[in-house]
Design a protein around this ligand. Structure first.
Ligand code: HMG
Ligand code: MG
Length: 315
């Protein structure tokens, strides 16, 4: 990689440090039809932690009738060795999922809602208002146990059923999740149709209700726009991004949605811009190549594909 060089104008606008949350073990695997052994999921999470990831979304405690791949959340959590400074949040849709996550030893949860009515119904069998009502006792139970809660808003740029989504609709749900006590709101471009032209107005609307320091970007890369959206978000002041090693992912209830932006590609971007993220790129590529081989598919990260062919460049 060439020596990072920030122009003076960029230098003042860019953060010195960015945190990545790898969501591959949950978002990356949830859409895969064949059952993946829990031991493979645990190995993937261990490899991501070896690479330096400090937040890894490890599992989901959703209905196994809705997402069979995530049915082994308890086995995955119980197979993880605690590591100092590494957090393993899990996704929960309701109190039943929260209770199961607590029983399995989860120490952090993520709750999710959508900015679009149609997607909310498809994904959670509830309207936006009903889903927020359903999440209220989850947030209360978490607060009582001192469990940190992160919140997701889906369809922040577009909905697979309704098309473009208004920034104010996103900001409303982000605000409601903050009111429920979420320490951070992750903004999901579920179907990856956003561009900086739609992501920036959406961020501006959210930042009127939620401090920028509490906003995170969760951009799927269906249209190849995720890196552009991350770059624009960085300049706007966002410092946390969800990514998925090997570009794995997609939501089973968002037809056509492909994976999150590949963690490897984001690390390459950040390193190229001189922004610290604490991740060892060759080790990360090894993690992505491991899970890609297990799934019998090509690694979707362009950076990983190129550096795997010419490994000397990634020293
Ligand atoms: P429902 O069918 O309305 O719920 O689903 P229900 O309460 O009637 O329960 C139906 C059955 O599921 C019952 O079982 C429950 O016990 C069981 P039965 O009595 O028929 O045998 N059940 C559960 N089992 C285990 N754990 C649970 C649980 N809850 C109910 N937690 C529900 C409502 C919310 C449960 C369902 O719609 C659901 O699980 N949805 C989750 C869908 C999902 O996981 N989508 C992908 C994750 S979100 C995402 O990917 C977007 C994100 O990445 C951001 C972005 O990119 O935009 C976060
Ligand atoms: Mg997602």
């Amino acid at each position: 990689m060439t020596t990072p060089h920030k122009t003076p104008a960029l230098h003042s606008a860019l953060p010195a440090h960015v945190e990545l949350v790898d969501v591959a073990p949950r978002d990356g695997l949830q859409n895969i039809a064949t059952a993946i052994p829990s031991s493979t999921k645990i190995q993937l999470i261990d490899l991501l932690a070896d690479a330096g990831l400090k937040r890894i979304e490890a599992a989901a405690f959703v209905s196994p009738q809705w997402v069979p791949q995530m049915a082994d959340g308890a086995a995955v959590l119980q197979g993880l060795k605690p590591r100092p400074g590494v957090r393993y949040p899990v996704l929960v849709p309701n109190l039943k999922g929260f209770d199961a996550a607590m029983e399995a030893g989860a120490t952090e949860v993520a709750i999710f809602a959508a900015a679009s009515e149609s997607f909310s119904r498809k994904n959670t069998n509830a309207s936006v208002a009903e889903s927020l009502k359903r999440l209220t006792p989850v947030a209360a139970a978490a607060a009582a146990l001192d469990i940190p809660v992160r919140g997701y808003v889906s369809c922040v740029a577009g909905c697979p059923f309704e098309g473009p989504v208004a920034p104010e609709a996103v900001a409303h749900v982000a605000h409601e999740l903050q009111e429920l006590g979420c320490y951070e709101i992750s903004l999901g471009d579920t179907i990856g149709t956003g561009t900086p032209g739609t992501i920036l107005p959406m961020l501006e609307a959210c930042a009127r209700h939620v401090p920028i320091q509490r906003l995170a970007g969760h951009y799927h890369d269906t249209y190849g726009m995720a890196l552009a959206n991350i770059h624009a978000s960085l300049l706007f002041g966002v410092k946390v991004f969800d990514t998925s090693v090997a570009g794995l992912g997609g939501c089973p209830y968002a037809p056509g949605a492909s994976g999150n932006v590949a963690t490897e590609d984001v690390v390459y971007l950040l390193q190229g811009m001189g922004i610290e993220c604490g991740i060892d790129l060759p080790r990360l590529i090894a993690a992505g190549n491991f899970i890609s081989a297990q799934l019998g598919r090509e690694n979707a990260s362009r950076v990983a594909r190129n550096l795997s062919r010419t490994p000397l460049q990634c020293q």
